[in-house]
Design a protein around this ligand. Structure first.
Ligand code: G16
Length: 557
């Protein structure tokens, strides 16, 4: 393609100069300090147009969010036409565009993608965008619009939405008028779909006590308010805390799902009383964790692993009750997908008690989602509360085709059909997951304590170590080991061997400029010893920067 074809790209890109910085498409897209992102997002606009053209004009989604990260960060991720995360081959293209150092290099990178993907530039292209509540969002949407227009794409701005809502509308737009129509491509359509499904199950059941929701001072607050209003308070009582999206600096600050999971305590400023039911969303409402205080006031966490086991156990019991099978009588394949962060007790419970196969993938819902698609019912959750349950077309067909011989069989089939509408099929969704948990607890009239009693978590600890260059840490074996830096894995193994039920791994974060250290052991003390020893090894020997945290242990030479 001649440079003339890209005259507008070159002209517009001059308004979005690239800082001297290397950009990586990480666990959840590009993510960093918001003031570094202008050029990246302009170029993501170019890429989104090419992705849409490569899908013969289907609409592609772009979400501007840094999710659980601090308010001054922002980020961007691309969404495929059916709502999945961007295909991995295109992540490389995204990086090629973001890192092109000159206008000529940018045009060359565009031409490379066009040739490799055999793209017809005359093809129509459509892009939808939404953003979370970060103050940097509107300017970054403007950068994206410039990029999309520079390649003559059409863009629709959905304003402030949760990340899962953007995934939902993208799928709705692309399936509208087809047998796979997913719903109305609007926020109102999203609330109605979830509310209708929830009410089918909840109506006529004894309501549970109010659910207190920490909305991380993010977009989940207004979204939940809309959803709860659509459902009606006689069927779902919610009390929303941390719903201040107007005051700067509050988003995710000492609150939200990530804070609660990592610090293993309630958000600051809330009064957690025994008998109350609580959950926390993250900044873009794609993660959720639950918690309560036991009779002695002790904080108890129900994380993504607990949500996965609750969902898998419930759906398995419905399938058994409904006697749902494939048309040829073969059983539906139920499976659970976890990452290295899954608590060892949860994996044992799923395998030994629920008798459900478990598969492991590297961190990042994009990996878990694809693995879950191999099952008829694929339950996937990261321990951090990010996940969903996928129903294959064959499973949905089985629920629809099975008549049900008894009242209880028919009720179980109806519940399964309804769950496949209630549970977001595109991506992990805190609001949809919240309703899924409520439905299970309603069905069994379980308290959070009773849910928690299924298995006892091994003590675990997750820490961050700031290093000079996290790219030097190369994870393998679904993040459970490091291939590089040479020798570090042996040092970790040596420490792990000293602890009962010890397990520990180190991996570079794909969303923050740090490496993460995860440890598990028989007791809290042993877990802390293992975690802080490995943190010390990484900090002292592998480029730790800044002040050395006092809790990091030193290993005698
Ligand atoms: C994103 C990903 C998650 C991942 C998390 C942390 O979550 O979608 O799958 O677990 O980042 O990733 P890392 O450990 O690489 O920093 P979110 O909620 O921030 O979009």
């Amino acid at each position: 393609m001649s440079a003339n074809t890209f005259a507008l790209v070159v002209e517009s890109s001059a308004k979005h100069p690239r800082p001297d910085q290397q950009f990586t498409y990480g666990t959840a897209g590009f993510r960093m300090k918001a003031d570094l992102l202008d050029s990246v997002i302009f170029r993501v606009g170019l890429l989104a147009v090419l992705r849409s053209k490569s899908h013969r004009g289907k609409t592609v989604g772009v979400m501007i969010t840094a999710s659980h990260n601090p308010e001054h960060d922002n980020g961007v991720k691309l969404v495929e036409p059916l709502g999945e995360m961007l295909a991995q081959a295109w992540e490389t293209y995204a990086m090629d565009l973001a890192n092109a150092a000159t206008p000529d290099a940018l045009v060359a990178a565009l031409n490379k993608i066009i040739a490799a993907e055999n793209i017809d530039l005359a093809q129509h292209a459509a892009v939808v965008v939404a953003r979370d509540t970060r103050p940097s969002g509107p300017a970054l949407v403007a950068s994206l619009v410039d990029g999309v227009k520079a390649l003559a794409g059409v863009i629709t701005d959905f304003g402030v939405m949760t990340t899962p809502q953007l995934h939902y509308v993208t799928r709705c737009i692309n399936t509208k008028g087809t047998p796979d129509a997913y719903g109305e491509p609007t926020a109102a359509g999203y609330y109605k779909k979830l509310a209708d499904a929830y009410l089918k199950i909840a109506k006529g059941r004894k309501p549970l006590s109010a659910l207190h929701v920490d909305a991380a001072n993010g977009v989940g607050a207004p979204a939940l308010r809309e959803l709860a209003a659509t459902i009606g308070d006689q069927h779902l009582g919610v009390v929303i805390a941390n719903d201040d999206i107007a005051t700067r600096g509050k988003l995710n600050h000492n609150c939200g799902a990530d804070f609660v999971k990592i610090s293993q305590k309630a958000p600051e400023g809330i009064d957690l009383k025994p008998g109350q039911r609580w959950c926390s969303l993250d900044g873009d409402a794609d993660r959720i964790v639950f918690y309560y205080a036991d009779a002695s006031g002790k904080f108890k966490l129900l994380d993504g692993d607990k949500i996965a086991t609750l969902a898998a156990g419930y759906i398995m019991s419905l399938i058994r009750e409904a006697k749902a099978t494939h048309a040829d009588g073969t059983p539906l394949k139920v499976g659970l997908v976890q990452t290295a962060y899954a608590n060892g007790s949860s994996t044992a419970y799923v395998r030994d008690t629920l008798k459900v196969p478990v598969v492991f993938t590297p961190t990042g819902v994009k990996h878990l989602h694809h693995e879950a698609e191999h099952f008829d019912v694929g339950v996937y959750f990261e321990a951090n509360g990010h996940g969903t349950v996928l129903f294959s077309k064959a499973a949905v067909k089985a629920f629809e085709a099975t008549a049900g011989k008894s009242e209880s069989e028919r009720a179980a089939l109806e519940a399964l059909r309804t769950l496949s509408d209630l549970i977001n099929q595109t991506v992990g969704d805190a609001l949809s997951d919240m309703l899924m948990v409520e439905v299970v607890l309603l069905g069994t009239q379980q308290t959070l304590e009773a849910w928690d009693a299924g298995y006892t978590d091994l003590p675990s600890r997750q820490e961050k170590v700031k290093v000079q260059n996290r790219a030097l840490f190369v994870p393998i074996k679904a993040d459970t080991e490091l291939a590089e830096p040479a020798g570090l894995q042996d040092k970790i193994n040596e420490q792990v061997a000293k602890f009962r039920k010890g397990r520990c791994f180190v991996r570079p974060s794909g969303t923050e400029d740090i490496v993460r250290v995860y440890a598990e052991a028989e007791t809290v003390q042993e877990t802390e010893d293992l975690a802080y020893t490995v943190c010390g090894i990484v900090f002292d020997g592998y480029g730790g920067v800044g002040e050395r945290p006092a809790k990091f242990k030193r290993v005698a030479a």
